[in-house]
Design a protein around this ligand. Sequence first.
Ligand code: HPA
Length: 274
Amino acid sequence: MNISLRDRIKEAKQFIHSKSKIKPDIGIILGTGLGALAGEIESKTKLAYKDIPHFPVSTAPGHEGNLILGLLSGKRIAAMQGRFHFYEAYSLEEITFPIRVMREMGIELLIESNAAGGMNPNFKAGDLMIITDHINLTGNNPLIGPNDDRLGPRFPDMSEPYDQDLIELTQEIAIQEKIRIHRGVYVGVTGPNFETRAEYRFLRLIGADAVGMSTVPEVIVARHSGLRVLGISCITDECIPDRLRAVDFKLVIRVAKEAEPKITRLVKRVVEKI
Ligand code: HPA
């Protein structure tokens, strides 16, 4: 028998609750090479995705697969160490399932991080970008299918997917911390190949500053379930068509790793101030 999405969410939540009594207020998704924040979480319980009912299992390089419950800057959080991507052949419903579960556990706010290619000529590899808006260019949508009105509306609003107060707070803290940060539009694609020059030209033309293979489906589900969202991209490579160099995934990981202390410091301070 097929179990409904809502029942699968409840089963996953019950399992997690049987392992940790922490009721998180904030969810955090730790993207490519940005897992270091996990080391800063105190009093934590770490659950492998493979042990949680109905959770998919992560296969992407640079991604571990654990849900961590604990305290960050004194706040109760749930952190996803490793996320799921469309190019791994999961459905968008599977990819976004953990967000629904964290919502059921009580989070009201989601912090997203990712590695992205920078198309805005002012962006340098290693810079951070606060996501102000996104373009869904995956050709798909996690909300396609029957809508359970108890989870969210059939036609969710997307006029402000990224919370303006959180954008301002993050920018202020970055300035205090002397962290070079931009604001910009993130375009979500499926990957797994990096883009052609003609595609970068197109993506820039339609209004995007950075491109990546995650985040957008997650944010759609987060907004569907009424969460406030903050998104931070680490610009790992410069995608300027007229001076494009071959992208090496190892380099993407290395740049993301080098930026790790910066993004960790930023997110810790943001969480402290929320
Ligand atoms: N495209 C180009 N460069 C990137 C990406 C992407 O999706 N992700 C990280 N660097």
